[in-house]
Design a protein around this ligand. Sequence first.
Ligand code: BYC
Ligand code: FE
Ligand code: FE
Length: 488
Amino acid sequence: MTEQSDDTTPTIEINYADGIPNNVDLYADRRLQRAMEKWHPKFLDWWNASGPDGFQTADVYLRTAVGVDPKGWAVFDHVKMPDYRWGILLANKIEDRKIGFGRHKGEPAWQEVPGEYRSLLKRLLIIQGDTEPASVEQQRYLGKTCPSLYDLRNLFQVNVEEGRHLWAMAYLLQKYFGRDGREEAEALLERRSGSADKPRLLGAFNEKTPDWLSFFMFTFFTDRDGKMQLESLAQSGFDPLSRTCRFMLTEEAHHMYVGESGVARTMQRTTQAMTEAGVTDPYDIEAVRKLGVIDLPTLQKKVNFHFSVTLDLFGSEISTNAGNAFSAGIKGRFREDSIEDDHQLLNDTYSLLRCINKRLVMVDEPAVNAINARLLDDYISNVESGLKRWNRVLEKTDFDFTIDLPHRAFNRRIGEFSNVSVTPDGEILTTQKWQQQQADWLPSEEDERYLQSLMKPVVERGAYANWIAPPKSGINKKPGDFEYVALH
Ligand code: BYC
Ligand code: FE
Ligand code: FE
């Protein structure tokens, strides 16, 4: 007997012959084709105006999807970013897929938008779609200060894929939401990260990503929110959304890898430089900075910032919006299909930390209202495993330092803890006291200035900025001095 793949659905080929690569038979739907073809040049205008600054004529060693199954979907080649084959790619259809949760559990998954959930669904697509271009805008100027060609290539890989994630949401909006959908797809290209009059929709996506450490932290913490949200949407009873998100998730893993390995390489280089120079105290910031590397306390402050800002992206812990989306079968829990319960949560409770009368207490709440709280818990435990891997890098050194996550109530703007001032250890302070101490917990202007001072471009093949160690291995098994980006 020959070995069979466990995926028995036939792979739908990606059509690269016509204008827009796709595996959704785009060219059979004239109305949609016209809408996407109208949107495409506007997307390119956005990319040129707000995507990576410069480098548009450079040849970048990028991966492009050639298939949509988790194994072996990518080819690598040098391409100019504006020529990247953005397209519409959905994971293969699962025959007879059923809705897995909520009041429609067990009914066939929807292939069209259920009328009663139209606006709920549209809102989720808009929010998801808004974050993708926002992150590209936030990272627009990083190319100019890349620590190596390898890192520059990774930045651009992340950028083009976030661009494709925008395509994914623009496709769903234009295919399933008629004229409103077309307008919303255009609006996704009009809002701008950090803009005063047309900002992006969620807080963290209007923050700056001013240096490469911020970029690595962002891809570790914030792209991981992307993963959690996409996992929840991949459970959706609306099948086109589920298939879209399943394919997006295969791209997401690399983004988090870029962040995790970027921070690990930074810590490795810092501790190496300290050892070589005989600096024994990690808190002797002046001595460490003299070596031109990033001191560990500043790294901790960056963790505090990016973690707390990202927690806000989960919305309020107690949320009827999220409960409605769950009961409707539109947005599930993290890996809903491997949870063992009735998937309806009619009588279940969930235990979560709340802030009541300015005190932090554990409370049991109806589980259906605590969907966001649960996803937040799943996110935090996912982050914790990454942190353990970082701390292993530190354990191998002679320094007594660990990176810790701040308390979940620290520095929050959204949800349960938005009205209290909490230290990284979970102690409630008066706002005034908290503000006096915040420079100990969050990057100060001086810290930011120091980081900026390190951001000098290194573009010689095989060379790395002094503050970061080279990666353990290259992309697609390429050697260290490979020309990941050919600058012209
Ligand atoms: N900022 O009941 P609530 C990614 C609003 S990242 C501003 O608390 P709900 C990526 C909310 O809209 C993943 N406003 O929470 C990563 C609502 O307003 P309306 C992105 C906020 O509804 C890196 C009100 O407050 N995807 O992909 O459950 C690079 C009350 O809402 C915020 C998704 O988020 C905030 N932080 O919302 C590239 C998935 N939080 O409607 C990409 C789709 C809440 O009353 N979105 N509000 O005016 C959702 O599932 C949900 O909308 C949220 C939480 C998770 C955002
Ligand atoms: Fe994305
Ligand atoms: Fe991402």
